[in-house]
Write a protein of this length. Structure first.
Length: 216
């Protein structure tokens, strides 16, 4: 209600201006467009896409010792990565807090509260392109309670004394079509709870996971 002195001003021009501004905001989309999305639904689609783009550990296949899984690399034209595929076999698994590095070297000792996981893989290329084995040189570890962290190949540590291949996937050649390579990944992970090591090509494309357990 107008509360100033004198007679109320003519409101017609003001109402016309408000109506014109409203039409500009809704883009002349009619009553449906003017109403807009229901409250709380504006971000529903983007959030759904984001949640479905990144896989959870429960959505990823488990690779167990002695088993083989087919894996595929998604092509990426921007990064010039062609489509490729391989059969990955987890040929051996060893776990230790302290690993001997030979007669003339000091043993490798994991940090307090952690343990070494030695994973030996056989990777056979089943595509027409060279397969990039460096995808197996690091992983994402997630504990049973939800704790998660990225773990990289332990530099200067090998598992030859435990009976596994000495070379790592940082040094192994990338197999060409029809070829295969066998190498070991050494990762240092928390030792206070069960967890999984998730190997992927990027944040949206997980290849497989390997379960871990605390030392006893």
């Amino acid at each position: 209600m107008y509360q100033g002195r004198g007679r109320p001003r003519n409101r017609v021009p003001l109402l016309m201006a408000v109506a014109a501004a409203s039409c500009m905001l809704v883009g002349y989309g009619g009553p449906e467009a003017a109403a807009g999305p229901a409250p709380g639904t504006e971000m529903a689609a983007p959030l759904a896409e984001a949640s479905s783009a990144t896989p959870s550990p429960d959505d990823v296949r488990t690779l167990k010792e002695g088993k083989t899984l087919p894996v595929a690399v998604t092509p990426n034209e921007v990064l010039d990565i062609p489509a490729s595929s391989a059969e990955v076999t987890l040929t051996d698994v060893k776990q230790a807090h302290r690993i001997s590095q030979g007669e003339y070297l000091s043993p490798a000792t994991a940090d307090p509260g952690t343990t070494y996981i030695c994973l030996e893989f056989k990777v056979k290329n089943t595509s027409n392109e060279t397969f990039k084995t460096t995808y197996l040189a690091d992983a994402r570890w997630t504990g049973k309670d939800g704790e998660t962290e990225n773990v990289d190949q332990a530099i200067g540590v090998d598992c030859a004394e435990l009976g596994l291949e000495k070379k790592s996937f940082l040094d192994a050649p990338e197999p060409r079509p029809g070829e295969f390579v066998r190498a070991t990944t050494v990762l240092m992970v928390p030792d206070d709870q069960p967890g999984v090591l998730e190997f992927d090509e990027d944040l949206e494309h997980a290849m497989f996971k390997v379960e871990t357990s605390p030392t006893t």
